[in-house]
Design a protein around this ligand. Structure first.
Ligand code: ZN
Ligand code: ZN
Length: 262
């Protein structure tokens, strides 16, 4: 899966990337982003953010002059609360089918028993659920209607290739666009976070298997993607995140080489 050719650079317009007739709309932001993929055939959501995203999505869909039932599919990169918080509400509103890798069903149900350093993740999710509860929101799990399988191409937005890249969670997946206008654009979930002040792999306490997560990050970097949208980032510039990923992978490889020599 070498993406050296890459998609034509999308034109950035505020919170959107425009590729000719199709677009990617950023929802949420700051803490975590979800992405709405728009084309003539319909709407697809990648991740569902925290609880505020459901309301924002309704506004955005109305602004695009589209109907709720045009959102037919929601694809979850993984089941952490900051990616699934709004999903049940959005499913109830639109009737969309929710897709996730089988290994993350327990995460989506928020029924995971965390162990070791990852216990911190369980504490954060519990804190998120309690914070939402004070705002009158209660986490509900969606009905899962589709299973993500490594190597499959979902026929949404001109084709989204599923790439199982576990470690952060057991069922963590990236999605790679196959449509001509955006071919090779990677939605990389939580393989890394990309900010001007810090580009980093998720901290130890947020990942179930740190070594496996690092392997997954290097696997993505080895394909030399030229356009990447993580879930946690500052500017909506896929080429910038691809360069930051390459830098992060180079650092990790240097560390590996040093520890092998010692
Ligand atoms: Zn996560
Ligand atoms: Zn996250």
């Amino acid at each position: 899966m070498n993406n050296a050719e890459g998609p034509r650079p999308g034109r950035r317009a505020g919170r959107e990337l425009v590729y000719g007739e199709v677009r990617v709309v950023r929802l949420g932001g700051g803490l975590v982003s979800a992405h709405l993929l728009v084309d003539r055939e319909g709407l697809t959501l990648i991740d569902a953010g925290l609880w505020g995203v459901a309301r924002e999505l309704r506004r955005v869909v109305a602004g695009l002059g589209r109907r709720p039932e045009e959102l037919r599919n929601i694809v979850l990169t993984h089941g952490h609360l900051d990616h699934v918080g709004g999903v049940a509400e959005i499913q109830a509103w639109s009737g969309a089918r929710v897709w996730v890798h089988a290994a993350d069903r327990e995460h989506v149900a928020q029924r995971v028993t965390y162990a070791g350093a990852a216990r911190g993740c369980g504490v954060l999710e519990a804190a998120g659920r309690i914070t939402g509860w004070f705002g009158g929101w209660r986490y509900r799990a969606p009905e899962i209607g589709g299973e993500l399988l490594d190597g499959d191409t979902l026929p949404f937005w001109g084709g989204l290739r599923v790439w199982h890249l576990p470690g952060h969670t057991p069922g963590h997946c990236a999605l790679v666009a196959e449509r001509a206008e955006a071919c090779g654009l990677v939605f990389s979930g939580d393989l890394f976070a990309s900010y001007a002040w810090s580009t980093h792999a998720p901290p130890r306490f947020l990942s179930r298997d740190v070594a496996q997560a690092k392997g997954s990050l290097l696997k993505l970097a080895e394909t030399r993607p030229v356009a990447v949208l993580p879930s946690h980032y500052d500017r909506m510039e896929p080429a910038l995140h691809a360069r930051r990923l390459a830098g992060l992978a180079a650092q990790a490889n240097q560390k590996n080489a040093r520890s092998t020599v010692q």
